[in-house]
Ligand binder design. Sequence first.
Ligand code: SAH
Length: 221
Amino acid sequence: MMQWADSVQGIGMTSARTRDRLVDRLKNHGIRSSAVLEQIRNVPRHLFVDEALASRSYEDTALPIGHGQTISQPYVVAKMTEALLTDFAGDKVLEIGTGCGYQTAVLAPLVKEIYTVERIPELLRKAKQRLRQLDIYNVRFRLGDGWEGWPKYAPYDGIIVAAAATELPQKLLDQIAPGGRLVMPVGPSGAQELTMVLRRDDHFEQVSLGGVSFVPLVKGK
Ligand code: SAH
């Protein structure tokens, strides 16, 4: 890890102390999972943003990653990861909206397999590269439309979606394994709710986890 930090200008901004501050902030905002907090501390977020923004990479804020997209706010990544993994019993997670791959990197050591889908080729290509650099190998990548999920490997014990839709995508609901769950922002721009859907034996249960602000889950490829 040190060699990554060293290669970035303004090393102070990526130091252990800077990361500790971020972790403290997330704790104060109610993140409890020590595994998740540990990952926020470990994953070099500055490698997932443009060098020009590296000095801001441990602030608890979303940042642009090009193509009109953003790297999610660390608090939201932590919150979604915690929601996904609390009482989680399973191996397979589907992620929609790879973006820069930060959420993928946070999640990767905590689950057995991740299947991740992104619609913008350049973002997917770069995400793949970064995750390899970080020696993360339990991820399969797909260029495609997240509204379709990834039927080939379904069902998934967990599904995590990093872009907002006004309704729950039926095909994603269909791809949740029994006992599994989906976490995604749902609602119109300005009034999105982070939503968790639990698949029970014969019904779906829906829980709201609070207001969020995400880029839209674009329809079609
Ligand atoms: N997970 C990222 C955040 C990505 S932002 C992180 O860790 O920071 C949301 C991403 O969803 C963008 O990269 C966007 O291109 C992608 N996206 C939007 N609509 C999509 C769709 N229909 N299918 C797949 N990806 C989509």
